[in-house]
Design a protein around this ligand. Structure first.
Ligand code: ZN
Length: 248
């Protein structure tokens, strides 16, 4: 199938209802999930945001129980401690009354779902790396939303507002990953040491912290265990940081 035909596939045909059992209220619920093998990764942004050919899978990364407001990124969908469950029951479920989301998810819906995931993570005192991972996904969703709006013409004020919101999430992600890198064991969010260092360097660069970014990217470039693909990305990032520092 050529690319033109693939682009014409409606999004609802690329997703399906995946069933989960809630770790808080124990009821079954579904979340829209991208069918495997339907879309292909084309490239990644500097901060590793994946770009697929026909669907933005980032929109489908959050699982939300419509009965009680338990929400989590799929990677972290696992049993919790009794005190974490109690924290979500008291902090979220008691006042949760959001209607169930219908698919395909818009960027607004995906963002609302991921913001509930972040609220859950804060409520159950999740690790810095998990919170940062969620903030990074929120930044990616806003970037995707801006790109989509650009196709039809985006109001400059709306664009500025979205860019500011994206930057806030990038800053939170950078800050949290810097802390996590110092105190959490590896692998972190499925990444080894070089991948974490590269990602943190990219986030520091994107948020204007060039000196820290320069230091960290050198860790990746000089690492004996770095794979070629990541080393190439790190070399690129190093050049970008150098340009920014020269402008200062
Ligand atoms: Zn539930």
């Amino acid at each position: 199938m050529d690319t033109k035909n693939q682009q014409e596939i409606p999004e609802e045909r690329l997703i399906f209802d995946k069933t989960y059992q809630c770790y808080v209220c124990e009821m079954k619920f579904t979340a829209k999930t991208v069918r495997t093998g339907k879309s292909h990764l084309i490239s990644r942004d500097l901060d590793m945001r994946p770009r697929y050919d026909i669907i933005d899978s980032v929109k489908y990364g959050s699982i939300v129980c419509p009965h009680c407001g338990y929400a989590v990124m799929e990677r972290y969908y696992k049993p919790m401690t009794k005190s974490q469950i109690a924290a979500i029951r008291n902090g979220i479920s008691m006042k949760y009354n959001r209607p169930e989301d219908v698919g395909p998810y818009t960027y607004e819906t995906a963002r609302a779902r991921t913001e509930i995931v972040l609220l859950n993570a804060i409520t159950r005192n999740a690790k810095d790396s998990e919170r940062s991972y969620i903030c990074l996904h929120l930044a990616w969703l806003i970037r995707g939303q801006i790109e989509l709006l650009e196709k039809t013409g985006i109001d400059p004020e709306k664009r500025l507002k979205l860019e500011e919101e994206e930057m806030t999430y990038l800053k939170n992600a950078a800050e949290g990953f810097v802390i996590a890198r110092q105190k959490e064991p590896l692998p972190m969010c499925g990444m080894d040491e070089n991948s974490v260092d590269y990602l943190v360097a990219a986030l520091l660069y994107e948020t204007g912290r060039y000196d820290e970014a320069a230091k960290l990217v050198m860790n990746v470039i000089t690492s004996r265990s770095v794979k070629k693909q990541l080393k190439d990305k790190a070399d690129c990032l190093k050049d970008l940081i150098k340009e920014k520092k020269a402008e200062q």
